[in-house]
Structure formats: C-alpha cells, structure tokens
Design a binder for this molecule. Structure first.
Ligand code: ATP
Length: 470
C-alpha cells in the first residue's frame, strides 16, 4: 500500500468552472432530470435518466467489485430501509442526528447555520452557541431579515407503519445504511463463518430531510449510499483505519479521478459525530468548494455495545484462539454513488477546439461510461451497411452496453458519443461490405484504426480488461 499523499496546500482549479455546464449536459443528454418535473419539480430529489442510471450502476458495480468481489473478507447485505424504531434510539439518531438551523423572522425561511456566508470557519462548539447569530451579525441571505438563534433540527424522515397514524406506529426512513449491517452482525457472521477482521458492505437508499439541500445531486433528500462496516479487534482498529485510507483513495484513482483535486481532511475533535473516535474525509474540489466525497470512520465499539445493551442479544465475538469474548470495534468507509458519479461527471469533463469547432467530451473510465461502444453507419441509405451494423450490435450487446445511431452525419454522431463518454465508435462504410473491416475510433485520442468486423468484440473486451487493470 502506498503512503498517504501529502495534504494539498494549494487550491486547484475545479474541472469545470460552473455547475451549470454539468447540470445542462446532464439534462440535455438524459443523465439526470428534476424529479416530478411536469408538476414543477420537488426540491432535492433528482431522477436518473437512461444514461445516468447506467453511469450510477457502473459506479456501484465498480465499488462492489473492489469491496466485495475481489476480497475474501467482506460480504454483501441488502437490509430494509424501514427498521425497528428502537434502532434509531439506540444508534443516537433520534437524540443527535441534527443540524443547526436558523429561521428568518420576516419570511420564515430556514437555513443550515453552517451554510450561511461568513460561517465557513466555525467550530462545532461555536455552531452550538445560542449567541452565534448575534456575534457574527448574520442576516437572512434572501431578504436580510433577522435570524433566530440556532436550534437543532433532526434530519430523519418520520412516517407511520400500518393503517393507524398514531405515535406507537411511528417509524423512520433510514438516514444511513450502516445500522442494517450492525443489527445483522450476528446473522452475517454465523452464516458466512467469517473470522475477525471482516466486513459487511451495503449499497442502498437513505433519506435525510436536509435543511439546505443543493448543488444538484451533491446533497439530496433521497440518495444512495455505499457503506462498508469492517469489524475488528480493538487493538487493530487504528492500524486498519490507516490501511483503509489509501485503499479508498486509490479506488478513485483506479477509475480515473484526478488526485490533484482530491485531499484528505481529518475531523476536528469537536466535529466528530457522536459515535466516532476518529474520522478522515476524502474530499474533492467541486466547483462549489472542497467537499466530502467519502468518510472513513473509527467508530470504536459504540454501535455493537449499544445494540447489545438495548436488544439484550449477545453481539460479542468469541475468539477461539484466546478463549475470550469481546465486542468488536468498527472501521467504516461511507460514500455514496450519487456524489461519486457526480464527481466523475465533473472530473471527466473536457472542452477543446478541434478544427475550429468546440468539442465536448467526457473522458470517463471505460468501466464507468454508460455505453462502451456506438455502432454507426456511414450511409444509412444502404441496407447492407445497416444490416452489418445490426449484426455487430447484436453480437456486442451480449457482453457490453452498445448503442446504434444513424440519425445524423458521421461527424455529428461522433460528437454526440464524445459528449456522453462512449470510449469507442465503430463505423461501417461501403468498403466494409467488400473487405469485412470497420473503423474503430477512440474517444480520447480521436485516432482511427481499421479492424476486421469479427474482431470488434475481442478488441472492446481486451481494452476493457486493460482499463480495469486485469
Ligand atoms: P455531509 O457532511 O456532506 O452532510 P455527512 O458527513 O453527513 O455528509 P455521511 O453521513 O458520512 O455524510 O454519509 C456518507 C456518504 O453518503 C457521503 O459521503 C455521501 O457520499 C453520501 N451522502 C450523505 N448525505 C447525502 C446527501 N444528502 N445527498 C447525497 N449523498 C449523500
């Protein structure tokens, strides 16, 4: 494992200057749409279109491969979104999963205190100070009205289970996937026969009633998480925590992220969540600043001890070697496919001038690209050419996402594929009918090579394997 990179002391330029470029590309090409748009949209929920769902699925697959498939010590789980309400009391979420909120006396708008201009440097202790609004002279950013002192706002969505809307039936939409892994610790350990250290990985929806959602899919009220809980002996926790930092960092590099725009940031003691002993974020330089991409947390024995005490179930691990039992500690890696796919969209965005024309491309890693190949006819009026295209498409489709397009001139078709990150375009022309060869064009270098049509699938699969590093 390589050493941790030195913390970036510079502020690199973001990959795109403004978010609008990405938001409009995402909408125009079918990556992400505002939810319920025909009704005017709903704040902080976004829908993934045909290309977005491919990109996000590819991110999830890449994470699952690295975290579960390629490892012997981590297994998967898919727990329910709805859980026993006691889980959230025990976990501390009912009590303290809160953000500091202020309200404008004029228009009653509510804001997250630490997202108001002028609060960037506030410590967690200062955020809890009832006099902080007055001390900093904070005003409503919309109409300049007076703001209330901060109060804690719980981010969990609450609803009722069953046909009676009464307090006893109150239940929460989970705000994190992690608790599903803790309450299943015993089930998973017993059925998978894993010995410490071992982990449980989950990908799934979580919900948070964020006070100030925004920045497109960066902060939503409904989103997905990719979280892994690694159960360890207490004496190994610090070392294992340190090992996960470069491992997770390298995962982003493996899929093409530019490390100039990444950094580690350790949480200050008063910033640590109620459960955490230590927390380090991998941050990315988004167009709107340095923001968390993923958090790595040493949670101590807080979770399993609390669940053991509250449920009465023995969650200790019996160590045959020492003949002793103990509650394992947990090292967690917590990220999310929405934020991650968003980062890759931004990071891969390229704009250049080619022969006097503006070319936009997404230099996405081939594993992440929604389509791997586009098959394009040079002349759509020639049925033999279209037929040859269709043969190549149906052969490729068995293995990789492939698209056929004949709705524009070849130059335009290339640009369209560049803009959605398709790594290879295969063009069938008149000569192909004679020599059985086609042109393969590379998205990034724009170089073209002529290969036999029967070799196209081999060509693509080989390049995918090389890109994956296998
Ligand atoms: P933040 O400080 O940005 O609110 P957090 O520290 O609350 O994030 P965690 O609880 O560590 O976030 O969540 C783990 C991961 O889940 C985050 O790294 C992010 O990828 C994802 N995530 C959390 N909240 C949201 C959200 N509102 N929208 C999209 N993704 C989210």
């Amino acid at each position: 494992m390589t050493a941790l990179p030195a913390p970036a002391d510079h502020d690199p330029a973001p990959a795109v200057a403004g978010l609008d470029t990405i938001v409009s590309l995402a909408k125009r090409r079918g990556f992400v749409f505002p939810s319920s748009e025909i009704y005017g949209g709903i704040n902080a929920v976004w829908d993934y279109g045909p290309l977005g769902v491919e990109l996000k699925n590819n991110v999830k697959r890449a994470w699952w491969r690295a975290m579960v498939q390629e490892r012997d010590d981590i297994v998967g789980l898919d727990a329910g979104i709805l859980m026993h309400p006691e889980v959230w009391v025990t976990s501390g979420h009912v009590e303290s999963f809160t953000d500091p909120m202020v309200e404008c006396a004029n228009d009653k708008r509510r804001f997250r205190l630490d997202e108001l201009p002028g609060t960037e440097e506030l410590t967690e202790t200062e955020k809890r100070d009832p006099g902080i609004v007055e001390k900093l002279g904070l005003k409503c950013p919309v109409d300049g009205g007076p703001l209330s002192p901060p109060r804690r706002f719980n981010l969990m969505f609450r609803t009722y289970m069953g046909p009676v809307e009464e307090e006893a039936a109150a239940i929460y939409l989970r705000p994190e996937t992690a608790q599903g892994s803790y309450v299943n610790f015993k089930n998973v350990r017993e059925t998978s026969r894993k010995k410490l250290p071992f982990g449980i990985a989950q990908i799934g929806k979580s919900f948070r009633n964020e006070i100030s959602p925004g920045n497109f899919v960066f902060r939503m009220r409904e989103f997905e998480q990719m979280e892994m809980q690694y159960f360890v002996r207490s004496e190994d926790a610090a070392r294992i925590f340190d090992e996960w930092l470069p491992r997770r960092w390298e995962w982003y590099l493996r899929y093409g992220a530019n490390q100039e725009r990444m950094r580690f940031r350790e949480h200050a003691p008063d910033e640590l969540a109620h459960y955490a002993k230590k927390a380090i974020d991998i941050e990315y330089r988004f167009p709107f600043g340095w923001k968390e991409l993923e958090g790595i947390h040493n949670r101590g024995d807080w979770d399993l001890s609390r669940h053991q005490a509250a449920s009465g179930e023995n969650l200790e691990y019996f160590d045959a070697a020492t003949n002793g039992s103990f509650v394992p500690w947990i090292v967690e890696t917590a990220g999310g496919p929405d934020r991650c796919a968003f980062m890759f969209l931004i990071d891969s965005y390229r704009e250049e001038e080619v022969k006097g024309e503006r070319r936009v491309s997404l230099a996405l890693h081939p594993e992440l690209a929604p389509y791997k190949v586009a098959v394009l006819p040079l002349l759509k009026k020639r049925p033999e050419i279209v037929e040859m295209c269709q043969r190549i498409v149906s052969d490729l489709r068995r293995d990789v996402m492939t698209v056929y397009d004949d709705t524009a001139s070849i130059g335009k078709l290339y640009r369209r594929q560049d803009e959605i990150g398709t790594p290879w375009c295969v063009t069938v022309d008149v000569d192909s009918l004679e020599d059985g060869a086609v042109t393969v064009r590379d998205r990034d270098s724009m170089t073209q090579e002529r290969i036999s049509a029967d070799q196209v699938k081999r060509f693509v699969l080989d390049r995918l394997a090389t890109a994956r590093g296998g």
